[in-house]
Design a protein around this ligand. Structure first.
Ligand code: SF4
Length: 287
């Protein structure tokens, strides 16, 4: 929930531009806080990698490889073998190396992989390998949308599935469903496929959520995408972005350099602001 919204002027490069393609993550970040979107996509600042991100990425990799195996080979033992193969390899990557010795995170990954066999029987899931990590790239209401679907299955029901690690969504479940609903619209527009059902599998929480796809919800996601793009075009033209002060500010990597949180923060985009973010340990692809 947003406590207050402040319009913040920023220093933008004369040739500053929005990303050419819009993903669900971009839309979601913009809706959460436009200034945070500015720091990330216009300033090019990267939030420091987190154990949660490492956990999610490694789990997704293992689950994808498991579903690429023939059905009778999708066993817990083989899943753990895949984890032993891909886990250490991915923990050598720059983003994940800081968590190489994070045993709590490693336990979380192992539990997520094992729980897959609790929430469904992988040997009974019929999936075309081309429908794993399936890329979407389509115009939605004039916006160049792209996304990657964890799994699309057709077993009499056309279903878009997304795996999640971490805790149960609780009362935020509808927010989490926005992503597969938007993907359902992309499927319709790109492939003329009607998705019947969206599914979220919360591996650590051992929770499966399925909802039928209602056209009105699907279309409303496309409208939200168009609104987000139009609003961000307005922001870049004005060199001013809305800071939405809220509970999540406590976890925001930019809070020290955010004038809505820190009255002494310099103007975002200025040399002083950039120096402050660098001193806080952040890196920018524009720096
Ligand atoms: S601290 Fe809060 S208001 Fe400021 S950029 Fe981050 S999320 Fe937005």
């Amino acid at each position: 929930m947003t406590d207050k919204v402040l319009r913040i002027d920023v220093d933008q490069l004369a040739n500053a531009s929005l990303p050419k393609r819009v993903s669900y993550s971009q839309m979601s970040l913009y809706q959460q806080c436009a200034l945070k979107f500015y720091f990330t996509y216009l300033g090019g600042w990267r939030e420091p990698p987190s154990a949660a991100l490492a956990c999610g990425s490694i789990t997704h990799e293992v689950v994808e490889h498991l579903y690429r195996l023939p059905t009778d080979e999708r066993t817990v033992d083989n899943a753990i073998t895949l984890l032993r193969e891909h886990g250490p390899r991915m923990l050598k990557m720059n983003d994940y190396r800081p968590f190489e010795n994070d045993n709590a995170m490693k336990t979380q990954i192992r539990e997520a992989v094992e729980n897959l066999f609790v929430v469904e029987n992988p040997q009974e899931v019929i999936v075309n390998p081309d429908h794993l990590e399936m890329e979407l790239n389509v115009d939605i209401n004039g916006v160049n949308f792209f996304g990657k679907v964890d799994r699309f299955t057709q077993d009499g029901v056309n279903r878009v599935t997304d795996y999640k690690t971490g805790k149960s969504p609780g009362r935020f479940v509808d927010d989490k469903l926005s992503q597969p609903y938007l993907y359902s619209l992309a499927f319709k527009l790109q492939y003329d496929i009607d998705v019947d059902e969206v599914e979220l599998i919360f591996l650590n929480a051992k929770e499966v959520i399925r909802r039928p796809v209602e056209e009105s919800i699907m279309l409303s996601m496309g409208e939200k995408l168009a609104v987000m793009r139009a609003d961000s075009e307005r922001d870049i033209d004005a060199s001013a972005w809305d800071a939405k002060v809220q509970r999540l500010c406590d976890y925001c990597a930019f809070q020290e350099a955010c004038p809505a949180r820190n009255a002494l923060a310099p103007k975002p985009g200025s040399a002083d602001s950039n120096a402050m973010l660098k001193a806080a340990g952040l890196n920018s692809r524009n720096a």
